[in-house]
Design a protein around this ligand. Structure first.
Ligand SMILES: NC(=O)c1ccc[n+]([C@@H]2O[C@H](COP(=O)([O-])OP(=O)(O)OC[C@H]3O[C@@H](n4cnc5c(N)ncnc54)[C@H](OP(=O)(O)O)[C@@H]3O)[C@@H](O)[C@H]2O)c1
Length: 262
C-alpha cells in the first residue's frame, strides 16, 4: 500500500522509473512536496522503501514498487497497481537508464542490446502502458530523461549516445502527435551530473553538476511543462553548436578520443 501520513488525495499521480538512486531519487521528493502522489520504481526495493519512507515523513504520499523496466509484463503490472492504489497516472517520468563504454575496436552488439533494452525499450514499454489512458482522458504529461550525449555521435559511447538519440527522437515524435489529445511531452537532456552513474567515469566531465541543482532544473522544467530541458547551459550550448559543425571539423576535434570506465 502507498505510504501516506497526511492521507492527502490532492495533486497529480506520478509514475517515476529509476527512483532508487541519482536523479530519480533526488527528483521524487521535489514532486511529492507539491502534493503529487508518486509511485517510485526501480529494481532495488530496499532503496525505494527508504525513499518512500522519507517522502512519507515529509507529509507526502509514495508507493514503492520494485520494477525492471526491461520486462514489459512487469511494467504493465506496476502501472496497473499504481492506478489501482493511487489513481490514473497524470505524469509518467521515464528516468531509468544505464550507460557503459562501448569502444568501437571491441564493439559488442550484446552491450548495445543491453543498453537499448533499458534506455529505449524501458521507455517504450512505459509509453505503451500509460499512453492509452492519457489519450482517453485527453490529459497527461510524459517526461523522458534523455541526455546531451544523444545530440551527436560520441567516441567510446556509441551505444549509450545512440540510445539517447533514439529516446529524444521518439519523445519528439510522440510529442508532436499527442498534442491533439492535450498531452504534453518534456524531454530532459542533462549533461554530466554527480550520480552513481558518472562516479565510475574516468574521463574529464566538463561542467559536472551537483545532483541537487540538476534535480531542481528537472523539477522546474516538469512544472513548466517545457518541451525541452537541457543543462548545464554551458555544455548544452556547446553540444547544440556542435550539431552544426561539418563532419570534418567534428571528427578532427574528437580524433583519438574514447571513453574509459572504471
Ligand atoms: N548522471 C548523468 O550525468 C546523466 C547525464 C545525462 C543523462 N542521464 C540519465 O539520467 C537518468 C538517471 O541516471 P542517474 O545519473 O541518476 O544514474 P543512476 O544513479 O545510476 O540511476 C539510474 C536509475 O535507473 C534505474 N535502473 C537501471 N536499470 C533499470 C532497469 N532495468 N529497470 C528499472 N530501473 C532501472 C536504477 O535503479 P535500480 O538499479 O535499482 O534498478 C537507478 O534508480 C538515466 O536515464 C541517465 O541516462 C544521466
Amino acid at each position: 500500500m502507498a505510504n501516506s501520513q497526511s492521507g492527502a488525495q490532492s495533486g497529480r499521480v506520478v509514475f517515476l522509473t529509476g527512483a532508487s538512486s541519482g536523479l530519480g531519487e533526488a527528483l521524487a521528493p521535489l514532486l511529492a512536496r507539491d502534493g503529487d502522489r508518486i509511485c517510485v520504481t526501480a529494481r532495488r526495493a530496499e532503496a525505494l522503501d527508504a525513499l518512500a519512507a522519507r517522502i512519507t515523513e515529509a507529509g507526502g504520499v509514495a508507493l514503492p514498487l520494485a520494477l525492471d523496466v526491461t520486462d514489459q509484463a512487469a511494467v504493465n503490472a506496476a502501472v496497473e497497481r499504481c492506478v489501482r492504489e493511487l489513481g490514473p497516472i497524470d505524469t509518467l517520468v521515464c528516468n531509468a537508464g544505464i550507460g557503459d563504454a562501448t569502444p568501437a575496436a571491441r564493439f559488442k552488439a550484446s552491450a548495445l542490446e543491453s543498453i537499448y533494452r533499458t534506455n529505449v525499450f524501458g521507455v517504450a514499454y512505459c509509453l505503451e502502458a500509460v499512453l492509452p489512458s492519457m489519450v482517453e482522458r485527453r490529459s497527461g504529461h510524459i517526461v523522458g530523461v534523455s541526455s546531451l550525449a544523444g545530440y551527436r555521435g560520441l567516441p567510446g559511447n556509441g551505444a549509450y549516445a545512440s540510445s539517447k538519440a533514439a529516446v529524444t527522437n521518439l519523445l519528439e515524435s510522440v510529442r508532436v502527435e499527442v498534442q491533439q489529445y492535450d498531452i504534453d511531452v518534456t524531454t530532459i537532456c542533462p549533461g554530466f551530473v554527480k550520480t552513481p552513474m558518472t562516479a565510475r567515469n574516468q574521463f574529464p566531465m566538463p561542467f559536472l553538476m551537483e545532483l541537487e541543482d540538476a534535480a531542481e532544473a528537472m523539477y522546474e522544467g516538469i512544472r513548466a511543462r517545457d518541451t525541452h530541458v537541457s543543462f548545464p547551459w554551458q555544455l548544452a550550448s556547446i553540444v547544440k553548436a556542435a550539431r552544426a559543425l561539418p563532419d570534418a571539423i567534428y571528427d578532427r576535434a574528437l580524433k583519438g578520443k574514447t571513453a574509459k570506465k572504471g
